[in-house]
Design a protein around this ligand. Structure first.
Ligand SMILES: O=P(O)(O)OC[C@H]1O[C@H](O[C@H]2O[C@H](CO)[C@@H](O)[C@H](O)[C@H]2O)[C@H](O)[C@@H](O)[C@@H]1O
Length: 256
């Protein structure tokens, strides 16, 4: 993180040649006690529509959730999407890019996580097929035991899988993909190619995205103020993120 630019108070002036990458949980929706309890604000869908129009379609949501779960939350809005922290994505033209599923290799860990959740009511298993998440938001004291359990299983899984920490969650999924690699993939194709990438995110896993954005000469904006970051800019909350994105959409609105 030594190459991180200092946080700049003034955010960059919106430009029509930006490509916008938006994290979901903690950036576009407030964090909830459980993954299935998030509330998608009514203002999100019109905002995504306005941003997509203003930026020539170059808007993507990049999340740790899987694509189907994101589509269910977003309803008829069908933006470019990346799921499972970059493992899978949907291009603007609707093509799905997803490596073969080796989620069955996680069966041992899957069973162990479910047994752990049965023993500890504060733990929740989120099974995303190719990846598994063990949440402990309802009982943060479980982090140590949850991590020990997962690390034990990761030893036998080898290098093909990696453990990622997030907000009160530990996730195991295929190695070699992250939010940085998926932004780089989007930037090779229309309508993102040739634009300046801009990314908003709140979590540790968004730091991979911020590092890629910095390499690509774009603007990384961290939502929240709770830890060190590679982002050069900061917005204090989900609400501030909405205010700034609304201003962006208004300022760049194409004149008809
Ligand atoms: O990349 P994101 O879109 O930010 O997704 C990261 C993870 O978000 C979800 O978990 C987090 O949000 C939950 C709902 O607010 C919260 O209960 C949990 O404690 C957070 O870790 C989602 O459930 C995960 O699959 C995503 O990887």
């Amino acid at each position: 993180m030594s190459a991180a630019p200092p946080i700049t108070a003034t955010l960059p002036e919106p430009r029509a040649d930006w490509a916008l990458f938006l994290d979901f949980d903690g950036t576009l929706v407030e964090i909830a006690e459980r993954p299935d309890q998030v509330v998608v604000p009514a203002r999100l869908r019109p905002l995504l529509g306005a941003l997509t129009e203003a930026l020539g379609g170059a808007v993507a949501i990049i999340s740790g959730r899987h694509l189907d779960g994101l589509d269910a939350l977003l309803g008829s809005t069908r933006p470019a999407l990346a799921g499972l922290h970059g493992l899978e994505r949907r291009s603007r033209d609707g093509r799905i890019h997803r490596p073969p599923d080796h989620g069955d290799q996680l069966d041992g860990l899957r069973k162990a996580m479910h047994a752990f959740a049965r023993q500890h009511p504060g733990a929740i298993v989120e099974d995303k097929g190719s990846a598994l998440a063990l949440h402990y938001r309802s009982d943060p004291a479980l982090e140590h035991a949850a991590r020990a359990l997962i690390e034990h299983h990761c030893e036998s899984l080898g290098d093909a899988f990696r453990l990622q920490s997030g907000k009160q969650v530990l996730e195991v999924g295929p190695a070699g993909h992250d939010k940085g690699t998926v932004i780089e993939a989007f930037m090779t194709e229309a309508p993102f190619q040739g634009r300046t990438p801009v990314c908003l995110g709140d979590d540790v896993t968004d730091e991979d995205a911020f590092a890629a954005i910095n390499r690509l000469g774009g603007h990384a904006i961290r939502v929240g103020t709770d830890r060190p970051t590679a982002a050069g800019y900061e917005l204090a909350s989900v609400n501030e993120a909405y205010q700034w994105l609304n201003r962006l959409a208004r300022q760049l609105q194409p004149r008809h």
